[in-house]
Design a protein around this ligand. Sequence first.
Ligand SMILES: [Zn+2]
Length: 871
Amino acid sequence: MQRRDGDPRTIATVTWRQSRPCSLFPALLLALGSVSILPAVDLQTARELYNTGDYAACSQAASLQLASTPWMESWWRLQLRCELEMGEYTRATETYVQAAQRFSTSIRLRWLGYRAFRHAHLTNQADILLNEMERLVSQTPWRYSDPVNRVIVGRLFLLRGGDPRQVLELAYDRAQRDNPDIIDAAIATAELALEKQDFTLALSSLQKAVEIEEDNPLVYYLLSRALVPTDPARASAALEKALELNPHHLPTRLFLAERMIDQEQYGPARQQLMQILQVNPRLSQAWAYLAVIAHLENDLATERAWHAIASQWPADDANVDYWIGLKLSQKYRFAEGASYQRRALEQNPLHTRARIQLSQDLLRLGEEEEGWRLADVVNERDQYNIVAHNLITLRDRLDDFQTLERDGFIVRMDRREAAIYGERVLALLSRARQSLTAKYEIQLREPIHVEIFPDQRDFAIRTFGLPGGAGFLGVCFGSVITATSPAAQGEQPSNWEAVLWHEFCHVVTLQKTNNKMPRWLSEGISVYEEKLANAGWGQSMSAGYREIILGGGLTPVSQLSGAFLAPPSPLHLQFAYFESSLVVEYLVQKYGLETLKRILVDLSVGMPINESLQRYTGSLSLLDQEFEQFARQRAEQLAPRLDFTAQELPEEQDAATWNTWLQSHPDSYQGLHAYATWWMKQEKWEQAEKPLRRLLELFPEDIDPGSAYQLLAVVLRQRGEQEPERELLEAWIARDGESLPPRRRLLEIYRQRQDWPRVDQLAQSVLAINPLQVDPHEQLVAAAIARGEVVRTIQPLTALLEMEPVDPAGLHFQLAEALLADGRRETARRQVLWALEYAPRYRAAQRLLLELAEPGGQQPGPAEKTGSQEK
Ligand SMILES: [Zn+2]
């Protein structure tokens, strides 16, 4: 069936339930038309009209010109481009037919004609044009060897499924070399690179493009897309520049609308799309995004209506479903996204972007077999698909991982890491599961996949499809969690137990809402639950947060998700997490946990968050107001007697000056801090103690780097006051789940004191941050032996054997004894054999081997487990 450009009457026959006042409004745009009359202009002026977005005037100028001088191809092409921009697809096909009679060998014209026929849904004619172009190029290749035509030939080759690398080399690079002043090759290269997510190539190509034409809006739009992953600020500036040059630049406006959708700003996004439709009422992608918004607002009838309109004019029938699916997946709606991609592939099985997107959706849904298979297909067909290539390389690496299974979890870790702390990972996850599924009353869809990567790059590829994303520790997609291991995090790793707890909480809330929850609420609950699970986890009010809140920096609840997407600084991003958790705390405190759970149920059936919040809180603006009061109160309660105002510190520093200064500024946060540091620099420990004690007394919550805890610990250690130091360190770690140094020091103190229960606890808490170090495992062994609990040495000894031990024979032997004590004779025997392999004359090991060979020891003991302890 062929369809024609939208006659509003055909659109009106589409039925939908009108649920929002402006729902019908976009369709009315299709009836727009007419411009004022302009005098004749030259080609250069007309091109300027085009570049600044005055397509109607430009088109009119072209019409005038063509009436008198129909032999100039440039005017025809300009006319076609204007008509395409304005969505006059049928008229464009007519223009093309007229022009083609005069220019029978032009492939530039045919390329535009092809686009017009595609949009007008005249696919047969479009295909005929492609064939003609191919015929022309193969018959008289010399005619199309100039840079501009060469680029068109490249685009044609790509469209026919040609190898992108060849196109780059033989068409685009060659065109660029032949004439570096023509922009076409630079733009085509950038577009291809962006499609393949090769941002480096895109950027270098666009750099050239800017030099060739510094006022081309398309270049700045592409530049913005290329910059988003690495430099969001410059990306925004480029977008602004594009709009400044051409306020009707449709790709730029679409990109803006996309970003608003990402930020859950559906109203402004809709307005942006309406502006686009005023320029081109038949722009399929704009209609597709309206459908996305309707979907996200759970208005499925409107979604269907916009989908139907969008489907009338895309250049590729599969595009509409691809666009909608992609956006839904970016909103964590992977299941819905995947089903859109399947529909896209039904319409065009060669749609590579839909296939690779489906592959990623499935991998995020935990449907690995099909996900990997699709990545393989894309990788085979398109050698330049970076996402597919990355995924395939990653899969080979994952094949070497160890798989651990328990309680509905499938955990995949690096083999060595699995031996060292895999057991702890399983235990932590089981604990989180028990606690959170009961609390939120949910039956999980299993299995839950958890993948832990020692290499940040692998984590990023598994998570985002591309390298990057530094700063992310873990990500949850619903039933798949990916995380970085401490090995990927440098000197000061985060507490991985807290990270997994947080991510598992996302599993619970995402599944409970069928992934239909705003980002802020998901993060808010996860951070809130971290804090409940362990006072040292999650986030607490800090001096920096206090300043943001009291300085009026709170984001209204209804806009909180946006705060995660474009934070002005890393501190602001951290604050977005904190504020979200504070909102959750407020909701639970004021309305109860039951209400929070009801909100999740509302979301699961598609109710928009603001509607649900209104149900329980009365009004959104009231909620915003009351929450602000709550947050302010919290901020003011932080160290209320401490003076946080910024001070000018005494310049000439001596004790007398300081004394005078302190008299006029008692209890200044900044002052006490600087005063203590001043004494510490002179190694006057006794003098430093007083201001630090005062700071701690006034502000015990402070655990930021350089806090009074940290400084006073140094002072007390220098003074050899171990008991006060111990007390201080204990108070510190109770609030701070991330710091290793106080834990290490405490471990040392308790070891000296032979306080084995505390040694055991401290070693465990070090392992929660970094399990890849020898010392805490050794301390666990020592504590277990001292307490006569030899069986408890099994786990740390197994870990130590993975850490290049100095005395492997001794460790294997110790492990054998522990296993024997646990009744696992067979596994014990294997360990003895390992010990003897390292040290054949090892007497004690020989004796143990004999003992193990004795009758009665043949059957496995009651607790025998095979496999898990094997080397
Ligand atoms: Zn999170």
